[in-house]
Design a protein around this ligand. Structure first.
Ligand SMILES: [Zn+2]
Ligand SMILES: [Zn+2]
Length: 187
């Protein structure tokens, strides 16, 4: 997930929104990769991530898994499929990304994912404070971890409300109907 566009761009957006239609369904992109299991458990590495990340990450996992016939549970061992960690390594964030999902597997089967939050950013659980909203970013990265790709830049107002919109816009704690269509198309 990348940082916001400039404010100037956002203002142009608002003007444009008035005259463009909403997007119809079938509006999502997949990576072609997926888990082939009845469950995908997750692990929060609390030796790097503060415990303030625990609740927003767990909520974000549930939000996606409530939509699909697959279970998830938090694990306290590193054998879990999705790992959440902090990282400061510039090699992980070559374009100053807020967070990244590193997806590994064989063929089209996902076997493990590391979701790295950029430790150089400011993080928050507050929906009104400064800093990046943890649950919002977790929701986006978990979408990648499950096989969804971005929807790209658009003037269509619908698009900016997608969790899988390519850049951070504002706080999102639930899925857009097109995010749900996307995940249901995979699982
Ligand atoms: Zn992304
Ligand atoms: Zn849409």
């Amino acid at each position: 997930m990348k940082k916001w566009f400039t404010i100037a761009t956002s203002l142009i957006f608002i003007i444009s929104l008035l005259s463009v239609p909403n997007q119809a369904s079938g509006h999502f992109n997949t990576t072609g990769k997926k888990w082939n299991a009845g469950y995908v458990n997750f692990y929060i590495n609390n030796s790097s991530l503060p415990t303030t990340f625990d609740t927003p990450i767990t909520s974000a996992m549930r939000t996606w898994f409530n939509q699909i016939p697959m279970n998830t549970q938090r694990q306290y061992s590193t054998s879990a499929g999705i790992h959440f960690e902090y990282s400061r390594a510039s090699s992980h964030f070559p374009n100053d990304e807020i967070a990244v999902a590193i997806v590994s597997g064989t063929g089209n089967t996902i076997e493990s994912v590391r979701i790295l939050f950029n430790q150089n950013m400011t993080w928050t659980t507050s929906s009104s404070g400064s800093g990046y909203h943890i649950q919002t970013v977790a929701l986006h990265e978990i979408g990648h971890a499950l096989g969804l790709d971005h929807v790209g830049w658009s003037l269509i107002p619908d698009t900016r409300n997608h969790v899988m919109y390519y850049t951070y816009t504002d706080v999102k704690t639930s899925l857009h109907s097109h995010d749900i269509e996307g995940i249901k198309s995979i699982y």
